[in-house]
Ligand binder design. Structure first.
Ligand SMILES: Nc1ncnc2c1ncn2[C@@H]1O[C@H](COP(=O)(O)OP(=O)(O)OP(=O)(O)O)[C@@H](O)[C@H]1O
Ligand SMILES: [Mg+2]
Length: 606
């Protein structure tokens, strides 16, 4: 083992005070070169089976003893000076990054670690394996905010801690290629977070519908059946995304809506009082103000205006808008928006249900996105992210809310023309200002190179798991500032559950292994566990029911007569080239290509 466990007593003044035999085992080399950030150590190894050869390996910490301190170095390169002789002593050169220094505490107190070097190693200084107490000191987080999430890779007997407060409120990211354990790590982090902060609420934007199974006791699920998000809570641009099924809207129709909605709001507020209805503009009500109105009123005012039109040329615009509204209201996919029979101001109960206020023991909400059409998902994510921010803003610090974005590169892509602009803006607002109000962002992605860099740069703590792609590695490297950047050279070769954690949430860059999580709490484990024996066992797959589920966006037809009942035929949406491709509902959100070149005029929503 590389870490020195035998000698745990204080080492006054950095002087080595143990007997000669013990020292011989610990002294491994001498400094022969040093610049501001790096040092080279010369050492010897007697054959490949020797203890020394195994002890100098890339990614490990070593310590260099000086008069008052011990300088901590991270090995990033080892090579033999000449050729290797199995039977002789081989001279090796070890290059280390200088990370910081450890000082013994006074009167037997534990050692302390400081980033940065006050006293540089001199030529000839003795380098040896690091003591376990020193290693623990490097990652020590003071106060009771420290939460263990795993163990150090270098020495599994040392716990890896994060500062939960700093990790949450300065936002965090978990990156790594597919299957390395990102979602499992997130499940672990969230469990620890809600344990440590009982007032925290978590909203998971879950494109694979996998997190609910990981929080059987702590989460509620939202999907298009259980979601209740009345259309009047949508801003105009979000409503338009739904009405136009993600296509570029017709400007005249949107302008008409912009005019009609405030009138309908005023009408609903004044319950038919004409004076109040006329006063929409005067009272500051806009199409975006979140107050209730009735679509029936929008349609009626629209019909009244058609009657007053001078020019016949404008009539088609009115007609297609009316058809569009009509078909959206009858579309069963949008039932969660238009389904309420009575329009009432239920914003409090809707927000309370979504954001778990009161929590009733379940502070986590999993928003199931798989199976929902992407334009609905886009709008709903935008509304939810916006509500999350506003809730904490107006909650004046009483509410803490974490929005966790799985597959974040899909709705915050690097190209501003891709994705849905309002969702991106709502999430960017959380990333930039949320910290002040208690609204936090957790970002999970397998492609950091495809994620909006402004969002990534706001994530002050990063857990980087195995990441073979060079371009993605470069993004992570640019996010790390200190000498420990060379730790990232291991990104392509990390083991399962392993991550390099760096940033505000940890004391120093650490290579760690997440705790082993019980099968029950691994995201998506229920889906995976169920399918495997079926495939192996019966041999008779029920292809009909699979196709039926595909056709209906993952729903079980027998369980849901809302979608398949005779009552609600889906009228084609008006306007646009006939209309939604029928395949659209076959593809879950995650598999749909992100649209290019949206809203080229860019002016519509100012
Ligand atoms: N901490 C852990 N404890 C136990 N098992 C783990 C842990 N981390 C990962 N695993 C195993 O690795 C598998 C894949 O993990 P996970 O689904 O979290 O990967 P992922 O990075 O989210 O993949 P994807 O990019 O496909 O979503 C899990 O099913 C689990 O078996
Ligand atoms: Mg995952």
């Amino acid at each position: 083992m590389f870490v020195d466990r035998e000698s745990e007593g204080p080492e006054p003044g950095g002087q080595i005070v143990r007997d000669a035999a013990q020292e011989a085992a610990r002294i491994l080399g001498h400094v022969i070169q040093c610049d501001g950030a790096h040092a080279t150590i010369a050492t010897t190894a007697a054959g490949s089976k020797s203890q020394e050869a195994g002890q100098w390996s890339v990614g490990k910490f070593i310590s260099i003893s000086l008069a008052n301190t011990r300088t901590v170095g991270l090995v990033h390169d080892v090579h033999v000076d000449g050729s290797w002789h199995e039977e002789a002593d081989n001279r090796m050169l070890v290059h280390v990054d200088l990370i910081g220094e450890v000082r013994d505490g006074k009167d037997g107190a534990p050692p302390t670690f400081d980033r940065g070097i006050a006293q540089y190693p001199h030529i000839g200084a003795i380098a040896h394996r690091i003591r376990q107490r020193d290693l623990a000191a490097i990652y020590e987080i003071g106060g009771n905010d420290a939460v263990p999430i795993g163990n150090l890779s270098q020495d599994e007997s040392v716990l890896a801690h994060i500062a939960m407060g700093r990790t949450l409120n300065r936002h965090f990211a978990v990156v790594g290629s597919t299957g390395v354990g990102k979602s499992t790590a997130v499940s672990l982090l969230l469990r620890k977070a809600i344990e440590a902060r009982p007032n925290l609420r978590v909203l998971i934007l879950d494109p694979h519908n996998e997190f609910a199974s990981a929080f059987p006791d702590k989460a509620v699920t939202l999907d298009s059946d259980t979601l209740d998000l009345p259309f009047w809570m949508f801003r105009l641009e979000e409503l338009v995304e739904v009405l136009y099924l993600g296509r570029d809207p017709i400007v005249e129709e949107v302008e008409l809506l912009r005019d009609l909605i405030p009138a309908a709001k005023a009408e609903h507020r004044g319950a038919g009082n004409v004076t109040l209805r006329r006063s929409a503009e005067a009272s500051g009500i806009t199409a975006d103000t979140p107050i209730p109105y009735r679509m029936a009123d929008v349609m009626r005012i629209l019909d009244e205006r058609v009657g007053l039109l001078d020019s016949k040329d404008l009539r088609p615009v009115y007609r297609t808008l009316r058809q569009r509204l009509d078909s959206a209201m009858r579309d069963p996919r949008f039932r969660f928006m238009f389904g309420a029979r009575i329009i009432e101001d239920n914003i409090t109960s809707a927000i309370g249900r979504i954001f778990r206020i009161p929590a009733q023991g379940k502070p986590v909400t999993c928003f199931h996105m798989a199976g929902m059409p992407s334009e609905v998902v886009n709008s709903v994510c935008s509304v939810l992210a916006r509500l999350a921010f506003d809730l904490t803003l107006w909650g004046k610090g009483q509410i803490e809310l974490l929005v966790l974005c799985e597959e974040a590169h899909r709705y915050m892509p690097v190209d501003p023309r891709m994705g849905f602009a309002p969702t991106r803006h709502a999430l960017a607002r959380i990333a930039k200002e949320g910290r002040k109000y208690g609204c936090y962002l957790g970002v999970v992605t397998q492609r950091p190179g495809e994620l909006d860099p402004t969002i990534f740069s706001q994530c002050s703590t990063v857990f980087a798991m195995r990441l073979p792609n060079e371009q993605d590695q470069a993004i992570i490297r640019s996010a790390i500032s200190d000498a420990s950047a060379s730790a990232l050279s291991f990104l392509s070769s990390m083991g399962p559950r392993e991550a390099i954690a760096f940033g505000d949430g940890v004391a120093a860059t650490m290579r760690m292994k997440f705790e082993f999580l019980d099968r029950r709490y691994i995201p998506g484990s229920i889906t995976r566990d169920r399918t495997a024996p079926e495939i192996e066992g019966s041999g008779d797959l029920d292809l009909n029911s699979i196709v039926e589920r595909m056709r209906n966006g993952g729903r079980d037809p027998s369980a849901d007569d809302v979608w398949f009942g005779p009552a609600t035929p889906t009228a084609p949406a008006a306007g646009g080239p006939e209309q939604r491709p029928s395949l659209a509902r076959l593809s879950p959100y995650v598999d749909e290509p992100i649209r290019q070149e949206r809203r080229p005029d860019g002016r519509l929503f100012g």
